[in-house]
Each structure stands twice: as C-alpha cells, then as structure tokens.
Design a protein around this ligand. Structure first.
Ligand SMILES: [Zn+2]
Length: 467
C-alpha cells in the first residue's frame, strides 16, 4: 500500500512583523536586503523578542485543526549551515520532553477519512537564495535576507494519504481553512509550500523537497510512486533518501542522504523563556474561530434541506459556500445548490478561473428564478451561466442578447415537432410501439431549438400526436 505524509509550511502573512523582531512580515515589497535588522540577521549581542500575535495565530490554526494545545510552549535551535540562514541555526519547535510545540494530535476529515495531524510548530522562515541562470550551473548565488525571520507554521501529518488525489483534496481544504481563519493569503507566491514523503509496500521512505506549488507536489508524488514501483518490480532496493523536484525535467532527483534529527543538534533556545499560553487566551481564541466545515455542513443540511453529500461539497470550499449562502432565498436553496454543484464546478474549476470569474451571487438566484418561471430552460441556463462567468452580464441582458428565452408557444413547438416527425419516421413508429423511446424525439426537438423548447410541453405535444 502506498503511504504519503506531508509537511506543509504556511507563512503567517497577515501579521505586521517578523517572528522575533519588528521588521515587516510582508517582505515582498522591499528591495533585496532592505527589510533586515540585527535580530533577524543574528548579529552578536542581539536578542529575539517573540511576536505574541504569531503565537496566537499558530494556536488558532492548531485549534481549527482539532489539535490539543498546550499551556506552555518552548523553542529550540535547529543547527545547520546554509547561506540563507544568517545565524547558522533556525529557531523552531520540537516535541521532545512532552508536548511543547503549539499543537499536536489533531486531524482533518478528507472525504470521510481522518488524516492525522501529528504536530504543528511555529518557526522562522530562512532567507532566499537567488541564482543567476540555472541553479546547477550558476557561478553566482545571491542571498536576500528580507524573508529571514518571517513567521512560519509547519504542519506535519501522519503518512495517512493513500494517493496523490487525496493529498490534493486535503491541501485544498487546508488552504481554504487557513484563508478562512484570516492568518494567511495562500495565493501569495511562497506563502504555502509543502514537502512530501512517500513509501510503497515493503520500501523505504523517500522525502521530496523543493516543491514550488501544490500542483507540482501532486505531479512529483505521481512520479515518485511510479519510480518506486518500477524499482520494486525489478527487485532493486528503494533507498531512504531526500530527493528534490526538478521542475524543468518533471522528475525527482536524489539530492543528499537524509539528515537525522541528531545531525541538527537541537537544543533549547535559552534566549526565549518558556512561553505560557493561558487558559483565558486559549478560550478567547477558541471563541473567535470561524465556523468549522463540519458544522457548516450540518447547518446547510438542516436549514436548506439539501442532501449531506451536496452540503459537504459546498461547505468544504469557501468560494462556493459563500456564493451559495449569499445567493439563496430559503425557497430556492436547493436549485441554487444544484446549479453550483452540477454546472458551475464543472467549468470554474481552478483558482485562476475563480479569480477571473465575473459571476456574483445574485446571478445564481436570477438564473433559478428564470428557470422556475419558465423564461429559461435548464439546458439554456448552462449556456447563460458560462456567459455570465465570462462577461458578468445580467440574466435579463442575456435573455435578449443571446436569444436564450424558453420557447413555450405551442404552435411554434408543434412546427418543430412536425419537422422532426418528418425526418425521424422510424423513431416515430418505434415510439408508437414502445412509449419509452419517446425521449429520443424530445431530444431531437431540443436539439433543433438549441435547448430552448419547454421540455414538459414538448413531451405533452409529442405524446398527443403519437396517440
Ligand atoms: Zn529584523
């Protein structure tokens, strides 16, 4: 069985300042090395000052992921030498002497499967290396420390995923949840990054690092599973190692033997004493948490009388659930849910398309009203919806401009039925013999009217002609 685990890094982009100094958390607007100070550069004699808000945000994330949150947390130094780390150690968290990071033992429900959250830790982001030209051949490496010290939350899962698709669903849920919490902007470049680890039946665990986007992570996981399976089929041992994702060649490449925890020589960061998070603070953070996906789902089922399956699809995605909640009046909630889940999700299916979409909630309620009062057929509503997403025009405008109005006039429909009867003589005979085949004729009428004929009336008229 394939087992996949994740480590997700999420920058707390909504905070004002870095984790241990007053430089800006939003480093993106600065010229290189213009958002730094002695603290985030680790100059001798400087001391870290912990950003209390970062501790609160990380605690809120832990709570939203159903983690246990301890009363007292500690920070550790993770020692390693790398040009993007000016202090030569990263201040992070570790669970060694009991539970001491901001959270642990949580879970996320992914399509009915519980994905366990092993640990959540608060740490500082390193700086950035910029290569001139291709990273493997470059002679010049530039270092920008603007990002050094940016507050980062690392979320570590158990290896509970069975395939890359589950990983994608999980990451979508997670990024919605974090955005909903107001702690990060997942759309910002580098705000959310993930490493994956993969093992197949009987093989060692391989970590994949250096993945720029969730989309690439999924591709990297697919590649890695295939690579490991092919080794295993040829009886070649899968070695435990760290690989990185080569974005250009779309393959994973062995990078170095994996460091063990002891290689990092972790020890307690004595410049930051133990940090207490009082019961009072935790209670108030809990009170301010936005509605969870599961309680939103329950509320949708109860209030709008939609099925648990549809409620689950809507509630898991903030974009769609906001559209839904703002569009409905209680009577047409079911129809609007139907429009979103059967049509809209089919073509507004990426982040880019959502951002470009001109659709607003009122369009959905207007469409449902037009369908219900028979000015628009269900088939034409799909065409209208696609046009609204593109242009943002009102339903009223589209009805006239695109000639989408429903044809309910009996004589007009009858004319078309006569044509169809003329062209489909065999089908007419069949329908007389076997009334169940009548839908074929209805379909032909719909085709000729580009989906605009009133389907109920069409069926009635065809039936009366056949008898
Ligand atoms: Zn600083």
């Amino acid at each position: 069985m394939t087992k996949i685990g994740l480590e997700i890094h999420c920058q707390l982009t909504k905070l004002e300042s870095k984790l241990f100094c007053s430089c800006k958390a939003n480093y993106r607007e600065f010229k290189p090395n213009h958002n730094i100070c002695p603290i985030c550069m680790g100059l001798p004699g400087s001391l870290p000052r912990l950003n209390q808000k970062a501790v609160e945000s990380a605690t809120s994330i832990s709570m939203a992921l159903s983690c246990e949150t301890p009363e007292k947390i500690a920070f550790f130094r993770k020692n390693y030498f790398y040009p993007d780390l000016p202090k030569n150690f990263q201040i992070t968290q570790l669970n060694v002497y009991g539970d001491m990071s901001v959270g642990g033992e949580g879970y996320v429900d992914v399509e009915g499967k519980k994905i366990k959250i092993r640990r959540i830790q608060l740490e500082e982001d390193p700086g950035r290396l910029i290569y001139e030209g291709e990273s493997e051949r470059t002679k010049i490496t530039l270092v920008d420390y603007n990002r050094a010290g940016t507050p980062l939350v690392e979320i570590v899962t158990d290896p509970d995923f069975e395939n890359p698709r589950q990983v994608r669903v999980f990451l979508n849920i997670l990024s919605d949840l974090l955005e909903n919490l107001g702690v990060t902007e997942p759309g910002l470049e580098g705000a959310m990054r993930a490493d994956g680890n993969v093992s197949i039946e009987g093989g060692n665990k391989v970590e994949i690092k250096n993945i720029g986007s969730f989309h690439d992570l999924e591709k990297a996981l697919h590649f890695e599973i295939t690579r490991q399976q092919s080794l295993s089929e040829r009886d070649i041992e899968i070695s435990q190692e760290t690989r990185h994702w080569d974005d250009k060649r779309k393959i994973t490449v062995s990078s170095r033997s994996k460091e063990e925890d002891q290689d990092y020589r972790y020890f307690l960061e004595n410049d930051i004493p133990w940090v207490k998070i009082s019961q009072e603070t935790r209670d108030s953070l809990k009170k301010d948490l936005p509605e969870s996906i599961s309680s939103k789902k329950e509320r949708f089922v109860e209030k709008f009388d939609i099925t648990p399956q549809v409620a689950d699809i809507l509630a898991s995605d903030k974009y769609y659930s906001d559209l839904f909640e703002n569009a409905h009046s209680d009577s047409d909630a079911k129809d609007i849910a139907n429009l979103i889940t059967t049509d809209l999700m089919g073509f507004v299916d990426t982040k880019e398309k959502r951002e470009e979409s001109k659709l607003a909630s009122h369009h959905l309620s207007d469409l449902v009203t037009a369908i219900n009062d028979k000015t628009l057929t269900r088939t034409s509503s799909k065409t209208a919806l696609q046009e609204i997403v593109k242009s943002g025009k009102s339903v009223k405008e589209l009805l006239t401009e695109m000639d989408l109005g429903q044809v309910s006039d009996s004589s007009e429909i009858e004319n078309i039925i006569m044509q169809v009867f003329e062209e489909e003589k065999q089908a007419v005979l069949d329908a007389k013999e076997n009334p169940e085949t009548v839908n074929y004729l209805v379909g032909k009428v719909m085709q000729k009217t580009k989906g605009k004929a009133d389907p109920t009336k069409t069926l009635e008229l065809i039936k009366s002609k056949l008898s």
